[in-house]
Design a protein around this ligand. Sequence first.
Ligand SMILES: [Zn+2]
Ligand SMILES: [Zn+2]
Ligand SMILES: [Zn+2]
Length: 122
Amino acid sequence: MVKCKLCNQDMSKSDSCSKNKRIIYLDGSRLPAIKFKSPTIKDLELSIKKFENPNFTKSLRKKLTGNMQATIEIMKKNPNTKQRCHDCNVINGGFHHNGCDEEICPRCKGQLITCRCKKKSI
Ligand SMILES: [Zn+2]
Ligand SMILES: [Zn+2]
Ligand SMILES: [Zn+2]
């Protein structure tokens, strides 16, 4: 069981973070956090396209995109399927838990845990 440092909930059992609603930067500015949006088949197909790189071998590509392809198959069978966040497990429209690698920085729109906006650490 992994607990979120912010809301103290078990990430595998909670649908949304109750605390991670705004991002505080070192300069004191605050921006509303971006909620998790369940990817559509189109989003997934676009992500898979990004791996169509001649430098990747077929087997590597399969390894990298296999999960997404499986998800597409599930969604085609049941179009109402909403995926949970693969990292922190929140539902569509929920706030990510602290440190989730899917969370998007509201300032630069990059990956929040690796971007250079100097988010205030908690
Ligand atoms: Zn997440
Ligand atoms: Zn949380
Ligand atoms: Zn950023």
